[in-house]
Design a protein around this ligand. Structure first.
Ligand code: FE2
Length: 296
């Protein structure tokens, strides 16, 4: 793993070599909640010999971005293949979910009982090959926010692991701290149209009500991606995550861009901001302070 010497230094490295309870690092809620990326360069997600064949984009449905297991159902989505192959592929992804959960609960014991398992995904396709609209272009720095899936203050904690077999790193850029980012666009974070949140939920555009917080987060996401000057000149650093590296961050807080790489595992966890060790450091509370109004 290598990082440019730059204004942004938010990657903290740990030497853990075990996913389970015997690893050394624990009680680092304050680090991840401060908007840092926890990186474990010696914590590979090991594939069994029979699983290496899955490192091939042919297992991914061309219409789907990635192969995933949904929870709580445990259903496999986005994969194509024979039934016994898909069963083995699912088992590999489920194992990553279990490893990630054990790691997260050791690192963040304060979250025990509050951490909910979101999707587990396997991304065998090359980042560079995707053609997208600017809004969906994840090679531009952004915080995660989704038009159809309002989080209402629930946090997105993500565990990533590079399983590339050819030595190819997962290449990211990371950007300025969330508070500085929100302050940059504070003047253009308008309020939603009256009634629009109710209407979008009623007709199924959103899965639940888009709160003022979600509205602000979507605007931050869109303003940043649409702002070429910001993308080019804002404080940022390149980070290469080598194969065998696992890393964790709150992706709704850390400015990030996926510049390249192929073959990655990803686990999403959800946790309500009230259950953080330091709720006042959350994007919701940060935005409320900056905008001087409640956003729930
Ligand atoms: Fe993202």
């Amino acid at each position: 793993m290598s990082t440019d010497a730059a204004a942004v230094d938010i990657v903290r490295r740990y030497d853990d070599r075990s996913w389970g309870d015997d690893g050394p690092t624990r009680g680092v809620e304050g680090v991840v909640e401060a908007g840092q990326v926890l990186a474990f360069p010696n914590l590979p997600f090991a594939l069994a010999d029979g699983e290496r064949r899955f490192l091939d984009p042919r297992w991914a449905d061309v219409k789907a971005k990635n192969v995933s297991v949904r929870w709580p159902s445990g259903e496999l989505r986005g994969a194509v293949g024979a039934a016994d192959d898909l069963q083995a592929l699912r088992a590999m992804i489920v194992r990553f979910a279990e490893h990630s959960e054990a790691l997260a609960l050791r690192l963040f014991p304060h979250y025990r009982g509050q951490l909910r398992r979101g999707n587990t995904s396997f991304r065998p396709t090359d980042v560079a090959g995707r053609v997208r609209s600017w809004r969906q272009d994840d090679t531009r720095l952004h915080v995660d926010a989704f038009p159809s899936n309002p989080m209402q203050g629930t946090r997105l904690l993500r565990v990533f692991s590079n399983v590339n077999p050819n030595g190819e790193p997962r290449r990211w850029r990371v950007g300025e701290p969330f508070e500085a980012h929100a302050a940059r666009y504070r003047g253009s974070l308008g309020r939603p149209l009256p009634g629009s949140a109710w209407l979008m939920a009623a007709v199924g555009i959103t899965k639940r009500r888009r709160t003022d917080y979600d509205h602000a987060m979507l605007q931050l996401h869109d303003h940043a991606k649409a702002d070429a000057e910001f993308q080019r000149t804002s404080p940022q650093a390149r980070v290469d995550f080598s194969p065998g590296t696992t890393w964790i961050c709150f992706s709704d807080q850390v400015l990030h861009a996926a510049m390249g790489g192929q073959h990655m595992m990803e686990q999403t966890f959800l946790i309500d901001f009230e259950h953080l060790l330091h709720p006042e450091m959350s994007p919701l509370r940060t935005l409320e302070r900056l905008l001087q109004r409640p956003l729930r």
